[in-house]
Design a binder for this molecule. Structure first.
Ligand SMILES: *Cc1c(COP(=O)(O)O)cnc(C)c1O
Length: 498
């Protein structure tokens, strides 16, 4: 009896064809086309069949479902055709938020991407000679300018000849030979850059690195694992908190190919600590005729001190100190597209370029387009064109005024909104200790806990991502574009409604 009932129910279902030709779906069919509409109709019918099969629908409930079947197909269509990757509003105050796509791009970078994407380009073509060219020439020339010996003043750095040490005091630097001839190549990300460099410079040999620098960067980038994949052997020296130059010196043997320093991007070791100064490592590398590489991670092209960040070395600092190869990300403090950048001694960079791994790790034309535009902003000193630089330079007072304007726009009587002092974070594995003073909107609702309020903000379109701390939702407008301030007020208003 039961199976017979089920087949009666199945018979009530329209065919896919009948369904998509129904007048209610004429609009959807015209808008989205027969392929997508048919898929959606199939999916909805399959769900109904499964429900019948599971005994979850009787005749009355099936009739009800069939009366709303066109809307169900429309819903399915909307879901199937919506983008999974979409913009969100970053109200966390974490400027380089790895989960939120790190650096938003400059307007000029977006325009270059659009222009390059829609057209053929001279990516690997020399327009003058009509012959095949190299894709890395497009940014190498700008890096040369930015990393040249006289670029320090332009970048807001101390004039050549003095060097601020990690500890903060200044001293005469060794003759800056390095950066005059620094050349640069670009790969997919900094992890790829480190892999390429280790494989090129140390395959089959040993790399000496301090135990205190064997870092894991979020998303499972671990120096020992990258080292293994590069076919180089890790030679750990020192202890977690203390490594001396003599430790490096003792570890050097005839298999040693490279000295590696890794910037402690996302943690600090404080207390009883010791690390050789960069200059000591440079001296040792020169004396023993070994290259010295530094994985900087964040890779600032502008003096981080100008942005209120202390203790963060710039790319120029490292090159000037005499580091042979520096690796860094394109989408951290540089504020460009995802990329791994290797700058340094031309002969070493040339070896990396001819490594077959480079072909596998190279970046596409859209990355070059965005990177070239971002670098041009630095060349022109148009630093505020780069959104992450602009955000770092925003004043606490300016952010406070915007927060007050947002608070005024909120009409909901239920929301309690307070403006308070707080700190924004650079994030993205840059300057772990740095905090930028800011003003926060602290929001709470009498009938909703902070997690629920935050979830409602995330379900807004566009999603608003905020922090939750001590039972309140905290909104930091430093990372919100000013034209989005209004959306924050709307999202809060909307979230407060039951
Ligand atoms: C961020 C970081 C990396 C990884 O860079 P990606 O561009 O994300 O691949 C590697 N090393 C250090 C020191 C970093 O800070």
């Amino acid at each position: 009896m039961k199976t017979a009932t089920k087949s009666d129910l199945y018979r009530k279902l329209p065919s896919v064809d009948e369904l998509i030709r129904s007048p209610e779906l004429a609009g959807a069919l015209a808008r989205e086309g027969p392929a997508a509409t048919t898929d959606a109709a199939r999916a909805v019918l399959a769900r109904l069949r499964a429900e019948i099969d599971a005994g979850g629908l009787d005749a009355a409930r099936l009739d009800l479902a069939l009366s709303g079947i066109a809307e169900a197909v429309e819903r399915q269509l909307r879901q199937a055709l919506s983008y999974s990757l979409r913009p969100v509003i970053n109200a966390t105050g974490v400027i380089l938020h790895t989960n939120l796509g790190r650096a938003p791009l400059a307007r000029s970078a977006r325009e270059r991407i659009r222009g390059t994407a829609a057209s053929y380009s001279n990516l690997e073509f020399d327009v003058v000679s009509g012959e095949r060219g190299q894709r890395d020439v497009h940014v190498d020339r700008l890096f040369r300018k930015l990393l040249a010996g006289d670029a320090r003043v332009a970048a807001g750095l101390r004039p050549a000849g003095t060097l601020r040490l990690r500890s903060g005091q200044a001293r005469q630097s060794p003759v800056p030979t390095q950066s005059h001839a620094a050349s640069t190549i670009v790969v997919n990300n900094n992890a790829a850059g480190v892999l390429l460099a280790l494989n090129t410079l140390a395959e089959g040999g040993e790399v000496i690195v301090s135990r205190g620098e064997l870092v894991e960067i979020g998303g499972s980038f671990r120096i020992p694992e990258v080292m293994a994949k590069s076919n180089a052997t890790l030679r750990e020296v020192g202890t977690t908190n203390r490594t001396r130059i003599a430790d490096y010196e003792r570890a050097i043997n005839d298999k040693t190919r490279l000295l590696l320093r890794v910037h402690r991007s996302n943690f600090q070791i404080t207390g009883f600590t010791e690390q050789p100064r960069l200059e000591e490592l440079v001296d040792l590398a020169r004396k023993r005729n070994l290259p010295l590489m530094e994985d900087l991670g964040s890779g600032a092209l502008l003096d981080p001190g100008l942005l209120g960040i202390t203790g963060e070395p710039s790319v120029l600092d490292s090159l000037h100190a005499g580091v042979d190869v520096v690796t860094y990300s394109g989408d951290k403090l540089l504020g460009g597209p995802q990329a791994g950048i290797l700058s340094g001694r031309s002969d070493l960079i040339a070896r990396m370029r001819s490594n077959s791994l480079f072909r596998a790790l190279r970046v596409d034309k859209l990355t070059y387009a965005a990177l070239e535009a971002t670098l041009l902003a630095y060349v022109k000193h148009d630093h505020d064109e780069v959104p992450v630089i602009r955000m770092m330079r925003l004043s606490r007072e300016g952010i406070g005024r915007r927060a007050e304007a947002v608070a005024k726009e909120i009409r909901s009587l239920e929301l309690s909104v307070e403006i308070m002092d707080g700190e924004s974070v650079v994030g993205g594995g840059a300057a772990p200790g740095a905090a930028l003073p800011t003003r926060l909107l602290a929001v709470s609702h009498p009938d909703m806990n902070a997690d629920e309020l935050a979830a409602r903000l995330r379900s807004f379109d566009p999603p608003v991502i905020a922090r939750v701390e001590e039972g309140r939702v905290l909104i930091d407008l430093r990372t919100v574009f000013p034209e989005q301030d209004r959306v924050i007020a709307e999202a809060l208003e909307n979230a407060s409604k039951r």
